[in-house]
Design a protein around this ligand. Sequence first.
Ligand SMILES: CC(C)(COP(=O)(O)OP(=O)(O)OC[C@H]1O[C@@H](n2cnc3c(N)ncnc32)[C@H](O)[C@@H]1OP(=O)(O)O)[C@@H](O)C(=O)NCCC(=O)NCCS
Length: 227
Amino acid sequence: MKTVLKLLADLLARLAVLPAVGLYWLEAVLVGKDRALRFWSELFSLAPGTPGAYLRRAFYRCVLDECGRDCWFGFGVLVHSAKARIGKNVYIGPYCSLGAVALEDDVLLSTGVSVINGPRQHGLARLDVPIREQPGQWTPVRIGPDTWIGERAVVMADVGAHCVVGAGAVVTRPIPDGAVAVGVPARVIRYRNRSESAGAETQAPPAQPSAGETRLPAAPEGNSSSG
Ligand SMILES: CC(C)(COP(=O)(O)OP(=O)(O)OC[C@H]1O[C@@H](n2cnc3c(N)ncnc32)[C@H](O)[C@@H]1OP(=O)(O)O)[C@@H](O)C(=O)NCCC(=O)NCCS
């Protein structure tokens, strides 16, 4: 019965967002996808409760590059790029902010997490040109499957599979699979399937090229992505 009601709610949400999706695509042709997304992302972020979450999911499933069926977008969530990729069963808590990033299956983002495209959206080299006018770099950022990001963390580098990032952490370097990382900047304090602390290995090991443009570090021995 619950499943049927959920399917019905999903269907109703899809019908309700159809006009918005149509207008979005029209606007996207004129001004580009990301500019068009701004208005609709902000508007849908204000819809409260479970109906709001259903509306957001229905909308994002139509406009993002990828958006899994059972994901959840909490109140106040802003998605700034249509290139964002959201896997299956992803939970995005209230007031999260996402750039052109990839969240793999079963990722959990607690309240107020920001996942941004690296640390250098603006260049810093010149003093005679305002920072806002200096070209920067947009780095793809990926959070691996089954990773939990704590409240108000800022993620600007890849995080591996089965990781935990502590509340308030700032991830500036890739975090390897299975790691628990806390603090500013985020340091690995232990691995989930090891009893000992990470000790001196508080910095992520050297990154290795992975598929696409993202770079994920090698998993430490005995910490494969299967956990
Ligand atoms: C990271 C976390 C899961 C704890 O992991 P843990 O491996 O059990 O770590 P411990 O509690 O044993 O703490 C180990 C050390 O890290 C420190 N630490 C733990 N969490 C920390 C955090 N978020 N920031 C900074 N330091 C932290 C502890 O103070 C402790 O330091 P000490 O050894 O100097 O005493 C937890 O603290 C956390 O941040 N959870 C997120 C909670 C959240 O955001 N919930 C939102 C609702 S879903």
